[in-house]
Design a protein around this ligand. Structure first.
Ligand code: AMP
Ligand code: MG
Length: 361
């Protein structure tokens, strides 16, 4: 672990997230590669993609394909766009809803994480999330009877994908989904991670070997920087200010779930955040500010950051220690503590005076 201070390092960091050594957007880098950036809003998120191509035209064309793909996915996965698969699953009276193969894929991957996390990750909390006002911004603390009633509709394992023919990966349109009345889905905790994976795939197919994606704090990098060194990415300061930790990344994602991202203060003076405890139907209350996952796949990183936040510190540590250790985490606690997994030791730099530091082995 290295400790950085002073100006030199901050030259690499931009506004709490990133870092490029060769200047800012739309500039050419060493070895003749050209960088092009694109920014757009999709999935309720401001997204930026910066790609290095042999020519600026190649990079710009690849970026445009990424935007198209993210918008296409939003059209399938949004809870609010009428006609999206998720909208139909949530609002139609039909017993079986025809869906895209990708929706079935996310249900399958969601089921994997639902089981792996003992239900901490649950994409079927939509009725509760809506009742608390997180879908509209009209926040309220529902009464406990209402919460108990809505909890009856949150058994994600009751969602069944019914392939009518062939392999579901290749037969879009031939998959249906059935679910009990009242059950409603919300892929808010994995949609952006999955979109990032698709974006990286598209960039690769377009011949891009170096790129950096920022999907609202979900960072995914393709390859390394132009000079062959790793990207340096910052973890946001939960209390505002400069990034508190920097991590070096190559072909990886770094995805954060933070209690500061969306919350409201109830009439009782308590802070209610957007990540839910699926066993109680209440927003999670624990001593964490943020959970950052570093791993290969965006979808996994996204699912796990939400899951570990919901689990809390000790369960998260246990979860990692008994896992295949194919991911790492950086957790920031409300008591200005830092907890991270040991394999990160060589790639992490501290930029903040934490009150405690714990390295998990
Ligand atoms: P993220 O920002 O990736 O942590 O995802 C948070 C979003 O996922 C929330 O805004 C909800 O839409 C949804 N969500 C909240 N709690 C959970 C949970 N325990 N499991 C799965 N999704 C959740
Ligand atoms: Mg997530």
């Amino acid at each position: 672990m290295k400790k950085f201070s002073g100006r030199r390092f901050f030259d690499f960091l931009i506004s709490g997230i990133l870092l490029l050594s060769c200047g800012d957007v739309l500039t050419s880098c060493s070895r003749g590669a050209k960088a092009e950036s694109i920014s757009f809003t999709a999935m309720n998120t401001y997204m930026t993609v910066k790609s290095y191509g042999k020519t600026a035209k190649e990079a710009a064309a690849a970026n445009a394909l990424v935007q198209q793909e993210v918008e296409r996915l939003e059209g399938i996965l949004s809870t609010t766009i009428q006609g999206s698969d998720v909208y139909k699953i949530n609002n139609s009276d039909e017993e079986e809803i025809p869906v895209n193969a990708e929706t079935a894929y996310l249900i399958r991957r969601g089921t994997e994480f639902f089981k792996l996390t003992g239900g901490a990750f649950n994409p079927a909390l939509y009725p509760l999330i809506r009742e608390w006002g997180f879908t509209t911004g009209e926040y309220k603390v529902p009464n406990s009877d209402r919460i108990s009633e809505l909890l009856n509709y949150t058994d994600f394992s009751a969602v069944v994908e019914c392939p009518q023919s062939g392999r579901i990966e290749t037969t879009a349109g031939n998959t249906t989904v059935s679910r009990p009345a009242g059950l409603q889905l919300d892929f808010g905790a994995i949609g952006k991670g999955y979109a990032g994976d698709r974006a990286v795939e598209i960039l690769r197919e377009a011949g891009i070997s170096s790129a950096l994606l920022d999907f609202g704090g979900n960072i995914q990098v393709l390859g390394s920087k132009q000079d062959g060194s790793a990207w340096t990415v910052g973890i946001k300061n939960p209390w505002s200010g400069n990034p508190v930790v920097a991590v070096k990344l190559r072909d990886a994602c770094m995805i954060t779930s933070g209690g500061y991202e969306r919350f409201f203060t109830g009439d009782d003076g308590k802070k209610y955040i957007h990540i839910f405890d699926s066993s109680t139907g209440y927003p999670v209350e624990n001593d964490l500010e943020s959970v950052t996952i570093i791993c290969r796949e965006g979808l996994s990183g996204d699912a796990l950051s939400t899951s570990l936040f919901a689990m809390g510190l000790e369960k998260s540590i246990d979860f990692w220690q008994t896992s295949p250790r194919d991911f790492d985490f950086v957790i920031i606690t409300k008591k200005r503590g830092l907890v991270y997994t040991k394999p990160l030791s060589n790639s992490i730099s501290l930029l903040f005076d934490f009150d405690s530091i714990r390295v998990v082995e």
